[in-house]
Design a protein around this ligand. Structure first.
Ligand SMILES: *Cc1c(COP(=O)(O)O)cnc(C)c1O
Length: 443
């Protein structure tokens, strides 16, 4: 490298590390992340991709853009409310406050009055019992799958779980309830056929080897036509007579019936129908953090709480805090999106369409991975060129539209009205970039 080589003018590592901007970044990022960024920017300059004079400002911009987490907030314009790839339920403002409050030391397992150890998550438990008086007791674990593993292990390890063939569901990404339950050492005793199961089918197999009877709500599909299933109400006397627990895995997590979703089961009704324990998720229709809820008869819940596996699947303080705030707080975003007024959705969509000069088309939202398969939520979408989708996804803020039938559709159902203008600006920028790209191709 001779004296005139511009690479000699690349700022040295120590000089860059001494910049005030680096000092500020140290409050958010650790030394090795910062040094990596410094090295990357210097490398760019060494390869001649960056003039030496640009090293400093480029590093400062890179430090500002780098957050301690690489998870990016996304504006969900798909119309799918419980979107698994977007982390399911967005939390309510109250739940976010609760998360922040619980982020330091908290009395999650301590009685401050007398200094003794207390029951973990007592607040979340009380909130659940207040919201669902039909339950005598409640236990919160990591997620619905963990709740199912705990119940299956505690009731039926080395024995049989009796379940209808029509309810052996796969809940997404190749994840099957059958595999999950068999991993606990329980044997599945399938009864009935895919489309029809009768009470007699259950009665015939119950015996000394039965650990529990399981009813699963097939939350992501529906069988129509010549079908029959046995209700919890019919199964309950059979379970009682054989002294085996009746477990209902509802999946979605409504604590009480929702008139908007007439076919969606809820915890209170399942308990009233005779289930001994009901399993539900915290981050589907309940609209809270990831959590598995077990609600039901006192002695059954206590048995589950005492099982050694309960310790391995216990909920963390952040989930407990957010769950309590969701159950006791104002309507979470999931419920607001579900109940969104269609006239108001139309007005919001029309305003953006007018500002952008693009058409509005009818578009059904969906509940999503959370339940109510096939239940349409009529609404509207902006119809945009398909090529816009990638620009929206990779923009700032990131917007996830639905790509369908050669169009890019933007549905405002799952977007807070306060964010409409951010969506508008994101689309404007993406349209401008699309024009540039098109002009580039044409030229
Ligand atoms: C979603 C679901 C589960 C799993 O719950 P997670 O909270 O996702 O672990 C179990 N059973 C049913 C019926 C479900 O729909």
């Amino acid at each position: 490298m001779d004296q005139a080589d511009p690479r000699r003018r690349i700022p040295r590592t120590n000089d860059l590390l001494a910049l005030p901007a680096v000092g500020q970044a140290r409050t958010r990022l650790n030394e090795s992340v910062i040094r990596d960024l410094v090295r990357q920017v210097q490398e760019q300059a060494r390869r001649g991709e960056l003039p030496p004079g640009q090293v400093e400002p480029t590093l400062i911009a890179a430090l500002e853009a780098r957050h301690a987490t690489t998870l990016q907030p996304v504006l969900n314009a798909t119309g799918v409310i419980v979107h698994t790839n977007l982390g399911r339920a967005p939390l309510s403002a109250g739940a976010v406050d609760a998360l922040v409050a619980a982020s330091g030391y908290v009395d999650v397992e301590l009685n401050l009055a007398d200094g003794s150890r207390s029951r973990r998550g007592a607040g979340a438990r009380s909130a659940l019992l207040a919201a669902c008086p039909a339950a005598e007791d409640a236990l919160v674990v990591n997620n619905g799958a963990a709740a199912l593993v705990l119940a299956t292990t505690a009731f039926a390890a080395g024995r049989e779980v009796v379940v209808s063939r029509g309810e052996l569901v796969e809940i997404g990404a190749g994840f099957r309830l059958t595999d999950l339950m068999e991993s606990t050492g329980a044997r599945l005793r399938e009864v009935g056929t895919t489309n029809r199961t009768h009470l007699q089918d259950y009665a015939r197999v119950l015996g000394p080897d039965t650990g529990c009877i399981l009813k699963v709500h097939p939350s992501n599909f529906r069988v129509d036509g010549f079908t029959s299933a046995v209700s919890l109400r019919e199964l309950s006397p059979l379970a009682r007579a054989n002294a085996v627990p009746l477990v209902a895995d509802l999946g979605s997590g409504l604590l009480a019936p929702d008139p908007h979703l007439p076919d969606e089961p809820d915890v209170a009704s399942a308990l009233a129908a005779g289930a001994d324990v009901v399993i539900a998720s915290g981050d589907k229709l309940m609209g809270g953090p990831q959590a598995g809820l077990l609600l039901g008869r006192k002695e059954i819940i206590e048995r589950l709480a005492r099982h050694p596996l309960a310790r391995a699947v216990r909920a963390d303080k952040l989930a407990l805090a957010a769950l309590e705030a969701t159950v006791a707080g104002a309507e979470p975003p999931v419920v607001q999106s579900l109940h969104a007024d269609v006239g108001q959705l139309r007005r919001r969509t029309d305003r953006l369409a007018g500002a952008l000069g693009v058409p509005v088309v009818p578009h059904d939202g969906r509940v999503g991975g959370g339940g109510a398969p096939g239940f349409p939520l009529p609404g509207w979408a902006l119809r945009l060129p398909e090529g816009l989708a990638v620009l929206l996804r990779t923009g700032d803020p990131a917007v996830l539209p639905r790509v369908h039938d050669g169009s890019c559709l933007v549905d405002l159902r799952c977007i807070p009205a306060a964010d409409d203008d951010r969506v508008l600006e994101a689309i404007r920028r993406a349209l401008a970039n699309l024009d540039l790209a098109d002009a580039g191709r044409a030229g």
